[in-house]
Write a protein that binds this ligand. Structure first.
Ligand SMILES: NC(=O)c1ccc[n+]([C@@H]2O[C@H](COP(=O)([O-])OP(=O)(O)OC[C@H]3O[C@@H](n4cnc5c(N)ncnc54)[C@H](O)[C@@H]3O)[C@@H](O)[C@H]2O)c1
Length: 390
């Protein structure tokens, strides 16, 4: 092959790459349209190995707020899909929690057990800071408040820092408390009393939130069944609480016959495969995006399984970090998180009255709230006379 042929081959390859890139860009824009996103930012820093994606879904209510998770995703597509779904969920969560923030999320593609370094989180901080207040972030699955102490050296837009670093501390505390409020409201709706004593709850995932939830449930007198891929955490809880906590496998936890199934690990656990295996009366857990698709919410409604919309019952962490931006006050956070109880009962009532899935009743309520605020924001707040060019 002559030099000329080699040259034309390179040009062809270049053109193909360009076409592929263009196709990918079109796909991303399609995906953004599908979910209604405003902005997607790809962050790469080779020296620290950082590969991350920030998605900003909707800023009608205020700057986008959402945690940053670290997962060894098997592909960029999988990470993109996750961040788009999660950031959209945050818009709904903020809307329902009456927080003046929009929906956003960040995902780091990496293994939290081996890939974390202080520099990686400083790089996270710099990318977040570059968004100039459009996006605020903190801990989520696979990340800890301590990780964000490094990010906070580079950015003012970090929330959920440890208390000794001026933050409000671990968000999993109010999150677990909020899930418990959701369970009490569910008990009230189904059995006429918020009491959980004697009720059987199956908790999938005993990480930061799940572990605390189990502690709260045991204190309420509930019987708890747990499963986690991290067996050490299960053993620790079983040793601590003896007969009150029973262990089962990660493949069987969703099939346990119980009053309440509590997904507290990854999302998408209610799907075509699992939905007919569920043997619970209600689903109340912290995991984001528990329904793989909206139609799974409809199916739960048809089957008579009461589903507590995840973005409402897991809003405790968001309520805390939103409060941190205003100036953190623990009592106020607890009071706002307690309100999840009444809000969930209102959603159950609406679902019953309109014979629609609880997930749809919650979505409707959020959209009504967002539209009301969007309408208010049409009122101009100020106008500088200097802008008239006098
Ligand atoms: N931390 C918060 O404040 C917060 C707030 C709102 C929502 N959430 C959501 O709650 C869920 C849990 O969050 P977290 O902060 O406790 O995360 P975490 O990483 O501390 O805990 C997740 C746990 O799930 C386990 N796990 C993973 N896959 C599993 C599987 N297939 N079966 C059983 N266990 C499995 C992990 O080993 C881990 O112990 C996530 O979906 C997160 O997005 C968390």
């Amino acid at each position: 092959m002559g030099m000329r042929d080699m040259g034309s081959m390179k040009i062809d390859q270049g053109k193909n790459q360009e076409r592929e890139d263009q196709a990918m860009m079109r796909d991303i824009f399609d995906l953004m349209d599908q979910h209604g996103h405003e902005q997607v930012v790809f962050c790469r820093h080779r020296p620290t190995g950082l590969k991350a994606i920030i998605a900003i879904h909707n800023t009608t209510l205020g700057p986008a707020l959402g945690g940053c998770r670290m997962i060894p995703y098997s592909s960029t597509d999988e990470a993109l899909e996750d961040v788009l779904r999660l950031s959209k969920g945050m818009t709904y969560k903020c809307g329902l929690a009456d927080a003046d923030f929009g929906g956003g999320k960040m995902v780091i593609i990496g293994d939290p057990r081996t890939d974390k370094t202080p520099e990686l989180f400083r790089a996270v901080g710099r990318f977040v800071e570059g968004l100039n207040g459009r996006f605020l972030t903190g801990t989520d699955m696979g990340t800890y408040a301590e990780d964000f102490v490094h990010a906070a050296k580079e950015s003012k837009a970090i929330v959920g820092l440890p208390k000794e670093h001026g933050g409000s501390g671990d968000t999993s505390i109010p999150t677990a408390f909020g899930v418990l409020q959701g369970m009490k409201a569910t008990a009230k709706y189904l059995w006429g009393s918020p009491e959980l004593r004697g009720r059987k709850v199956a908790v999938q995932g005993v990480g930061k939130v799940g572990y605390r939830l189990v502690e709260l449930l045991v204190a309420e007198g509930a019987r708890v069944v747990i499963a986690d891929i991290n067996e050490e955490r299960c053993m620790e809880l079983a040793e601590k609480y003896g007969d009150n906590v029973e262990l089962t496998g990660v493949d069987t936890i969703h099939r346990v016959e119980c009053d309440i199934f509590a997904p507290c690990a990854r999302g998408g656990v209610v799907n075509d495969e699992t939905i007919d295996q569920l043997r619970c009366l209600a689903i109340v857990g912290s995991a984001n995006n528990q329904l793989e698709e909206t139609r799974h919410g409809d199916y739960l409604h048809e089957k008579g399984i009461l589903y507590a919309p995840d973005y409402l019952v897991n809003a405790g962490g968001l309520i805390q970090v939103a409060d941190e931006v205003e100036g953190y006050e623990e009592k106020r956070v607890l009071a706002k998180t307690k309100a999840i109880y009444d809000m969930l009962l209102a959603i159950y009532e609406r679902s019953h009255a309109e014979n629609i899935a609880t997930s749809r009743a919650a979505d409707q309520l959020v959209m009504e709230r967002i539209e009301k605020v969007a309408d208010l924001r049409r009122i101009l707040l100020g106008f500088h006379l200097s802008e008239r060019g006098r």
